[in-house]
Design a protein around this ligand. Structure first.
Ligand code: ADP
Ligand code: MG
Length: 236
């Protein structure tokens, strides 16, 4: 059975989707079987960043019992598998909890890493995303407001029985106003697993619809994400 890891944050726009897409591709390049699930209903842009178009069947249809999970799995760059669409509140209500759990179990059999791109905040859809993964990686920016919101997300995840693995610090500029890695670890009480710098190549790659680790593998952010992928592949 593969590891299911949900990538969440308190604040929006911290870089969850960017991290999931590029980490997924990097893990696939390391020979891992990777399945990415877009669970962000309001901003389902994972497939956009991966440059995937023409997606007729999504997780919505599967949850509504209108399609088989196998029909909602698409092949992305570097062989990553992607389940697009996110979790519609309507369809979560319709779907029986047993069905959702069964679905995740089924998906877990299909890969080494099941990575869930969660919506920000602690609304019902975000909490549902936290429930889907067995493990949590917090994606945050190194600012106090983002960190305090991340702490809330971490505490909720723990209450739900999802294990917080650590945090990824994204868009790091090393300005004086940023909290340090040590300060962040002290507040969140989890290790910082990766530090990804602010890098203009991130936006350029997403405009191209090609993941950064493919488009510009030697850019600073790509190198950091690949290091994180190597670490993750080794973490037990
Ligand atoms: P989230 O999924 O958490 O809402 P995104 O991954 O969509 O966040 O990123 C939000 C914005 O920040 C996007 O425009 C993205 O291109 C940009 N971004 C993310 N990470 C970086 C980075 N390391 N350097 C520069 N821009 C970044
Ligand atoms: Mg996102």
């Amino acid at each position: 059975e593969g590891r299911s890891i949900v990538f969440a944050s308190g604040k929006g726009g911290t870089g969850k989707t960017t991290t999931v897409a590029n980490l997924g591709v990097a893990l696939a390049q390391f020979g891992k079987e990777v399945i990415l699930i877009d669970a962000d209903i309001t901003m389902a842009n994972l497939s956009l960043i991966l440059g995937m178009e023409d997606i007729p069947i999504t997780l919505h249809d599967v949850l509504a019992g209108e399609a088989d999970i196998k029909d909602a799995i698409y092949e992305g760059p570097a062989g990553v598998k992607v389940i697009p669409g996110g979790l519609s509140l309507e369809k979560i209500k319709k779907a029986k909890p047993e069905k959702l759990r069964e679905l995740i179990r089924e998906i877990s059999q299909m890969g080494d890493f099941i990575m869930i791109d969660a919506p920000a905040g602690l609304e019902i859809t975000s909490v549902t995303a936290l429930l889907i993964g067995k493990e949590l990686i917090i994606v945050t920016n190194p600012e106090i407001s983002a960190i305090t919101d991340s702490l809330k997300t971490k505490l909720v995840a723990e209450k739900l029985g999802t294990l917080p693995l650590g945090a990824v610090l994204n868009r790091v500029t090393n300005e004086k106003t940023e909290l340090t890695k040590e300060e962040i670890e002290a507040i969140l009480e989890v290790p910082v697993l990766g530090i990804v710098p602010e890098d203009p190549e991130v936006k350029r790659a997403s405009a191209y619809g090609v993941p950064l680790v493919i488009k510009n593998p030697t850019s600073p952010a790509a190198i950091s994400i690949k290091q994180l992928a190597a670490k993750l592949a080794g973490i037990k």
